[in-house]
Design a protein around this ligand. Structure first.
Ligand code: C2E
Ligand code: MG
Ligand code: MG
Length: 695
C-alpha cells in the first residue's frame, strides 16, 4: 500500500529544508543589505559632516594635491588641520578610518598616515565614486588599525562617497570605514533566533501535519481493511454465484439435451408406431401424398394394400393385451420380410396394416405381394406357450384408377379388404367401384338401424334345439330378424356387427331379451310349454354396469322363470370381459343357465374354462360343416367332446344340416342338436305350430 505518512514526512521534510535553506540566506541577505544601507547612509552623513566642517582645508588640499608627492603632502598644513578635525569628529562615532582621494585616485588624507600618497586609481569602488555613485564594501578583518588603536575580528563597512565641488562636480572621494561589528553580531544573533523560531514553527507544523496525516493514514488503512474484507466477501459471493451459474448452465444444458431427446422422441413417435416401430398412419399418409405426385409426374402406377388380421380380436380378447401386443410385433416383423425395400409398410392401428407399393408395372406384381402376405400367415405364431394360427385379409386399390387422392385410395383398399374378409379367411381382393356402393350401404344401414327399434321393425325368430337321441324339443334359440321397409329382411350377420360398432346393440339386445321372455310366458300361459329358451348376449351388454339390474327387471316384468332362460355368450366375450367370472356367477345365482357359443373358434384356456359357471358348450357351425369332409374339423369336435366330458359340460352342436352329421355327433355323445335338419329359425307362430304336441 502507498505509505502516505512516509511519503508526506519525506516530502515535507525536503520542502521545509528547502524553505529554510532559501529563507535563511534570504533573510540574512536582506538584513545585511538593510544594515549595509543604514551604515552607508551613516557614512554618507558622516562624510557630509566632514565635508562641511573641513570645507576649506579640504578644498585646498584637493586643489593642491594634484601633482604633489606624498612627502610634501605629509608636510601640508591643511593635512594636519584636517587630521585634527577628523579625529575630533570621529570621537564617539563608529567611524574607524577616514581617507580622502583626489580625482587622480591618490590618497591625500588618511587617518592612517602611512597610506597617504598611495594610489587607488584602479580600485573599482573609487572609480564608481568618482563617477558620482556611493559604493560600500563590507569586509571582515582580523585586525583593523583605527585611530583609537587596533581592533581585532571586526566587520568593517567601507563607503566610497564622492566629494562634490562648487559646481557640483566630483572633486575627490571620501573613504569612510565604519565598524559595524555590533550590527553584524546583532544580525547573527537575530539570525539564530529567527532560524530557531522558524525551525520550531516548521517542526511543530511538520509534527501537526504528520499527526494529521498519520491519523488519515490510519483511517485509510482501516477503510482499506474494510474494502479488502468487502472485496473478499464480494469475491466469495462472485465465486459462489459463478459456481451456481455454471451449475445452472450445466443444468440448462442437460435440460436442453433432455428436451432435444424428448423432441426427437416426439418426432419419432409422431411418425412411428411405438409398439412395432413401423411407420404410423400420419407417416404413411405423407409418404403416399408425395408418392402420388411423383407417380403422376412419371406416368407410373402404385398400389395400396390394406391388411387386416382375421382372428386378432379373439386372441386379444381371450389371451389378453400382452399376448396381443407380442403377436402384433411378430406379425409386423413377418410382414416386413415380404415387402420390397422401396415399399412402405405401416401400422394404422389395432390389427390393421397398410402397404404402399410403388413403381408397379403390372397388376400381377401386386397379386404376388398380396399372395406372399397371406402366405406369411401359414406358419403359426409362437407367443410364449401359445401357438397361434392367424390369417390376414388384404384389400388392394390401384393408382391411377381406384382414386386420385390419399383418402380415396385408402378408403377403397379398406372396402376391398372387407370384401376379401367376407369371402372367408386369408383372401385378397382388388377394389371394384360397387364396393363404394356397399360402403355407402353400410352407412345407410346404420342410419336405418337407429330408427328400427322405435319403428318396431325387429322380430324374434326361434330355432329349435332337440335331444340327439330322442329328437324331442329341449329348447329354442332366439335369433333376431330385421324387417326393414327399405331393405327388406336383413339377417343378423349383416346388421349385428354394425349395431355392435354403433352401440345400438345394447338397446336391441335388451329388447330381444324382453321380447323372448314375453313370448315364452305368453306360450306358457297359453299351454305351450317350451322347456328352455336361449338368448344371445353381446359383450357390449355385459359391459354395462346396470346389466344385472335390467335383466332382473325384465324377469320381474315378464314373470319369466330364470331357470328356463339360457344366455349364450361367445368364448371371446367371456374372455374380453374383465370380471366375467363374478358376473356369470351372479347370473347363475339367479338360476339362469349359460352356454359358450361358437365354441372352438376362440382361444379359451382350459384352466379358465374350468372356473367358469357355464353348463353348455355350443360347437361352432364351421366344425360341424366339416364332418365327413375335413378330418381336422372332426378331430376338433372329438377334442371338444372329451373336454366337455371331463369338465362336465353339456354339448350342443350348431348348424346340423345332415343326418350324417347328426349321427357323427350322436356317436361322440353330443347331447343336443340345432340346425336346419331339425328346423330353421322361424316366427313364433310357425314355431308353435310346428312343435305343439297335438292334444
Ligand atoms: P349364433 O348365435 O351362432 O346363431 C346361430 C346361427 O346359425 C343363426 O344365424 C342360425 O340361423 C344359423 N344356423 C342355425 N342352423 C343352421 C344350419 O343348419 N345351417 C346354417 N347355414 N346356418 C344355421 P343367424 O340367425 O343369422 O345369426 C347369426 C348370428 O347373429 C348368431 O350366431 C348370433 O351370434 C348373432 N345373433 C342373432 N341374434 C342375436 C341377438 O338377438 N343378439 C345377439 N347379440 N346376437 C345375435
Ligand atoms: Mg347363439
Ligand atoms: Mg353360434
Amino acid at each position: 500500500m502507498f505509505n502516505l505518512s512516509r511519503y508526506f514526512s519525506t516530502v515535507s521534510f525536503i520542502l521545509i529544508v528547502l524553505a529554510a535553506g532559501v529563507l535563511g540566506p534570504l533573510y540574512q541577505k536582506l538584513s545585511m543589505q538593510q544594515m549595509t544601507d543604514l551604515a552607508e547612509s551613516r557614512n554618507a552623513a558622516m562624510a557630509q559632516v566632514f565635508q562641511n566642517s573641513l570645507h576649506d582645508p579640504l578644498e585646498s588640499l584637493l586643489g593642491d594635491s594634484v601633482g604633489r608627492d606624498a612627502s610634501s603632502l605629509h608636510e601640508s598644513g591643511d593635512l594636519i588641520r584636517i587630521q585634527e578635525s577628523v579625529f575630533d569628529l570621529m570621537k564617539g562615532t563608529s567611524v574607524v578610518k577616514v581617507k580622502v582621494y583626489n580625482r587622480l585616485g591618490n590618497v591625500i588624507f588618511s587617518t592612517d598616515a602611512k597610506q597617504i600618497g598611495e594610489s587607488r586609481l584602479n580600485n573599482p569602488a573609487f572609480r564608481a565614486a568618482i563617477n558620482g555613485s556611493i559604493i560600500s564594501e563590507l569586509s571582515h578583518r582580523n585586525t583593523v588599525d583605527s585611530f583609537d588603536g587596533a581592533l581585532s575580528n571586526a566587520d568593517v563597512l567601507a563607503s566610497y562617497i564622492p566629494i562634490a565641488g562648487k559646481d557640483k562636480s566630483v572633486e575627490g572621494v571620501f573613504e569612510l570605514s565604519q565598524n559595524v561589528t555590533p550590527f553584524v553580531d546583532q544580525l547573527q544573533r537575530n539570525m539564530w533566533w529567527v532560524t530557531i523560531g522558524v525551525a520550531l514553527v516548521f517542526a511543530s507544523l511538520y509534527l501537526m501535519q504528520f499527526l494529521v496525516v498519520r491519523r488519515a493514514q490510519g483511517i485509510l488503512r482501516d477503510q482499506e481493511g474494510r474494502i479488502k474484507a468487502a472485496r473478499d466477501t464480494l469475491e466469495l459471493q462472485v465465486g459462489a454465484r459463478t459456481e451456481e451459474l455454471k451449475r445452472t448452465n450445466l443444468h440448462l444444458e442437460e435440460e436442453i439435451s433432455e428436451r432435444r431427446q424428448a423432441q426427437s422422441k416426439l418426432n419419432y413417435l409422431a411418425y412411428h408406431d411405438p409398439l412395432t416401430g413401423l411407420a404410423n398412419r400420419r407417416c404413411f399418409i405423407e409418404r403416399l401424398e408425395e408418392s402420388l405426385r411423383e407417380t403422376a409426374k412419371r406416368d407410373e402406377r402404385l398400389a395400396v394394400l390394406f391388411i387386416d388380421l382375421d382372428q386378432f380380436k379373439q386372441v386379444n380378447d381371450s389371451l389378453g393385451h400382452g399376448v396381443g401386443d407380442e403377436l402384433l410385433v411378430s406379425v409386423s416383423s413377418r410382414l416386413s420380410e415380404h415387402v420390397r425395400l422401396i415399399d412402405m409398410l405401416a401400422r394404422l392401428g389395432g390389427d390393421e396394416f397398410i402397404c404402399l407399393m410403388e413403381a408397379v408395372r403390372e397388376e400381377s406384381e401386386v397379386e404376388v405381394l398380396a399372395g406372399e402376405i397371406i402366405a406369411a400367415f401359414e406358419q403359426p405364431f409362437r407367443i410364449g406357450d401359445h401357438e397361434l394360427f392367424l390369417s390376414a385379409s388384404v384389400g388392394i386399390s390401384l393408382f391411377p384408377g381406384d382414386g386420385g387422392s390419399v383418402v380415396d385410395l385408402m378408403r377403397n383398399a379398406d372396402s376391398a379388404m372387407y370384401r376379401a374378409k367376407s369371402l372367408g379367411r386369408g383372401n385378397y381382393h382388388f377394389y371394384t367401384p360397387e364396393m363404394t356402393a356397399q360402403a355407402h350401404e353400410r352407412i345407410r344401414m346404420e342410419n336405418l338401424l337407429r330408427r328400427a327399434l322405435e319403428n318396431g321393425e325387429f322380430r324374434v325368430h326361434l330355432q329349435p334345439q332337440v335331444d340327439t337321441l330322442s329328437g324331442r324339443l329341449v329348447g329354442a334359440e332366439a335369433l333376431v330378424r330385421w324387417e326393414s321397409p327399405e331393405l327388406g329382411q336383413v339377417m343378423p350377420t349383416r346388421f349385428i356387427p354394425i349395431a355392435e360398432d354403433s352401440g345400438l346393440i345394447v338397446g336391441l339386445g335388451n329388447w330381444v331379451l324382453r321380447e323372448t321372455c314375453r313370448q315364452f310366458m305368453k306360450w306358457q300361459t297359453s299351454g305351450f310349454a317350451l322347456p328352455q329358451v336361449s338368448v344371445n348376449l353381446s359383450v357390449r351388454q355385459l359391459e354395462r354396469p346396470e346389466f344385472i339390474e335390467v335383466l332382473e327387471q325384465i324377469l320381474a316384468e315378464t314373470g319369466m322363470d330364470p331357470t328356463r332362460l339360457k344366455l349364450e355368450l361367445t368364448e371371446s366375450v367371456v374372455m374380453a370381459f374383465g370380471d366375467a367370472c363374478t358376473l356369470l356367477e351372479k347370473l347363475r345365482d339367479l338360476g339362469i343357465s349359460l352356454a359358450l357359443d361358437d365354441f372352438g373358434t376362440g382361444y379359451s384356456s382350459l384352466s379358465y374354462l374350468k372356473m367358469l359357471p357355464v353348463q353348455q358348450l355350443k360347437i361352432d357351425r364351421s366344425f360341424v360343416e366339416g364332418i365327413g369332409r375335413n378330418s381336422g374339423d372332426e378331430a376338433i369336435i372329438r377334442t371338444i367332446m372329451e373336454l366337455a366330458r371331463s369338465l362336465d359340460f353339456e354339448v350342443v352342436a350348431e348348424g346340423v344340416e345332415t343326418s350324417e352329421q347328426a349321427s357323427f355327433l350322436a356317436e361322440l355323445g353330443c347331447q343336443q342338436l340345432q340346425g336346419h335338419l331339425h328346423g330353421r329359425a322361424v316366427a313364433p307362430a310357425e314355431f308353435r305350430a310346428r312343435w305343439s304336441i297335438p292334444e
